[in-house]
Design a protein around this ligand. Sequence first.
Ligand code: 6PG
Length: 244
Amino acid sequence: MNTPKLISTPKPDIHCYETANALIESAAHLIAERIKQHIADHGSCRLALAGGNTPRPIYQRLAREDLAKTIEWSCVHFFWGDERCVPEDDSSSNYNMAYTTLLSHVPVVADNVHRIPAQQGAGAAASRYAKTLGDEPLDIVLLGMGNDGHVASLFPYTPNLDTNERVISTISPVPPVERVSISLREINAAAEVYLLVSGPDKAKRLAEVLQQLESSKAVLPAARVLPQSKQLHWLCDSAATQKM
Ligand code: 6PG
């Protein structure tokens, strides 16, 4: 008789901070430390940035002098987890958000800024970005979580969640609808992943995601973020974790 296989359920590493400000402060410090560690270990850091509102003040905090001066920015390669198919100066462009909050304030090397060329259309941009990413996994992936449990532009119950591609074109239920996103495969190959979740609007979905994680019945994209490295860290505020 075959011995049943023991399936272990992952224990999520959840950091819950009392206030949104404490989350911003701690996340910025932690991300700065991890960037420096990758640079110390192998001379560079491949960092994928998230869009949305949650990371915005974290990028601003990272750009403030006390933290910014501790990082060798010329060794940081910037990538994006997803992008909306809009011009790069559009207010809904994830590149634009990262540029105005962080990249324009620190001494980045232009050649190290690997933005998703989404203005070319989702299909073309996805295949070009897969080439830009190359074969090396990302060192740090930052993600937000949408109210529906999406991460990057990977939306629940959409066809490409199980793809083997590294980058996909996708459709969002809310505008701008045309999107490009790194895939779950790419996220889960990263050395470390941080999920940034803030505010009471996220509380119900976050509780559901964590329940799915612990019961090994992961359906929502956020519950399917399980890096092989096991380095998945949820950084939340208490408003987001109130229903856990
Ligand atoms: C995007 C994102 C997306 C975002 C979540 C959470 O381009 O919209 O990358 O996945 O992170 O929707 O967004 P908030 O932080 O604004 O809630």
